[in-house]
Design a protein around this ligand. Structure first.
Ligand SMILES: Cc1ncc(COP(=O)(O)O)c(C=O)c1O
Length: 360
């Protein structure tokens, strides 16, 4: 961040109005226009966006929601928080996204929704997932937390489901410190989301003081702040350049490393996808751990993939149903991916990786 964010922030401080209002509406409109939806609703985080979305869809106790086994724990946790049961389903190794065949096998009479994740921004097979959801009368809540700047055909990810969500936590392509956005083309769902995040108020009634304490439904407080919106507005102006930079970075890493033995890249169409983080898959977990240490000694930070959800204490389940998720989680690695990286720094990271592979 720089003076652009500071200037926007000062306008909010000078305005004297801090809870969500005009600046938040501006930020929501920027996101809605960018991704191409009718409605966008800002909330405190990607996690609360999932929670509010599930609530608006009417998911609750006794329901089941299909979630990929390879994702951040926020997905299944939001399903738990709503009182429903997350049903973990394995992924495909070549897309890192939900396996359609395995979704089909996991649908029961309690299933109410599917929560596909566009892992690292690579679009899920939304056309076929939608067809399946329609056949079984299921809702779709798409976790596009990583997906700003990513497209399926010509449509932005997150926009073809009943509800899509984005995250603006600090490492994302744009950030508001913390923050999330719900997007939808369905007015009723949008109105419900607005009520859930604002104590169950009917949208727009707060301006009328007599209505300020009218709460026709149950809601909570997941409102945005004008401070976050100010940062978001400044960040959105930087998004187009960041998208170009992330694609250039991915291409450079890919070109330097794609022929290195033991390293493979996930198929990535840069005409459509903006990988949020640079990722690759090693051919052994042991090698991955050694590489992490080797890079650390050279002052190069990496990030391991999320653990498979079924291996986490609250969701413990047998390994046998999740071979792909387990393999990818064990062998995947995220490389330095900040848009501030310079070409010579990427060269250095790749040189250190090649040195390691040659010696091992
Ligand atoms: C796939 C996925 N879903 C949801 C979230 C939750 O977003 P937040 O951290 O904004 O709550 C994250 C966070 O990184 C994520 O990676």
């Amino acid at each position: 961040m720089n003076n652009d964010e500071k200037k926007e922030l000062n306008t909010v401080i000078d305005s004297g109005w801090f809870t969500e209002a005009a600046k938040t509406r501006q930020f929501e409109k920027m996101i809605a226009d960018f991704v191409g939806v009718k409605y966008a609703c800002a909330v405190t985080s990607g996690t609360t966006a999932l929670y509010v979305g599930l609530k608006a869809l009417g998911i609750g106790r006794g329901d089941e929601v299909i979630v990929p086994d390879l994702t951040f724990v926020a997905g299944p946790n939001s399903v738990e928080a709503i009182g429903a049961k997350p049903i973990l389903v394995d992924i495909e190794q070549d897309s890192l996204n939900l396996d359609l065949k395995k979704i089909k096998q996991s649908i029961t009479k309690r299933t109410r929704a599917i929560m596909p994740v566009d892992f690292n921004g690579r679009a899920v097979d939304i056309k076929n997932i939608t067809e399946l959801a329609n056949q079984h009368n299921l809702s779709l809540i798409e976790d596009a937390a990583h997906g700003l700047g990513c497209f399926y055909d010509k449509k932005h990810v997150g926009t073809m489901s009943d509800i899509g969500i984005f995250s603006f936590s600090t490492p994302k392509i744009i950030t508001t410190g913390q923050g999330g956005m719900i997007v939808t083309n369905n007015k009723k769902l949008y109105e419900k989301c607005k009520a859930v995040k604002d104590f169950g108020r009917k949208s727009g009634t707060k301006q009328n003081m007599r209505m300020a304490f009218d709460h026709p439904t149950i809601g909570y407080n997941f409102k945005f702040t004008e401070f976050q919106a100010a940062i978001g507005v400044a960040q959105m102006k930087k998004l187009p350049k960041r998208i170009i930079k992330k694609k250039e970075m991915f291409k450079k890493y890919h070109d330097l490393l794609c022929n290195v033995k033991g390293i493979s890249f996930v198929k990535t169409d840069l005409n459509k996808i903006t990988p949020w983080m640079i990722d690759f898959i090693l051919d052994s977990k042991n090698k991955k751990n050694k590489l992490i240490n080797h890079l650390k000694k050279n002052r190069i930070e990496t990030r391991i993939f999320y653990p498979s959800i079924h291996k986490l204490n609250p969701y413990k389940a047998s390994d046998k149903n999740y071979p792909n998720s387990s393999y990818i989680s064990d062998n995947g690695l995220w490389l330095p991916s900040s848009v501030t990286l310079k070409d010579n720094e990427i060269d250095l990271v790749c040189k250190k990786i090649k040195n390691f592979i040659n010696q091992n």
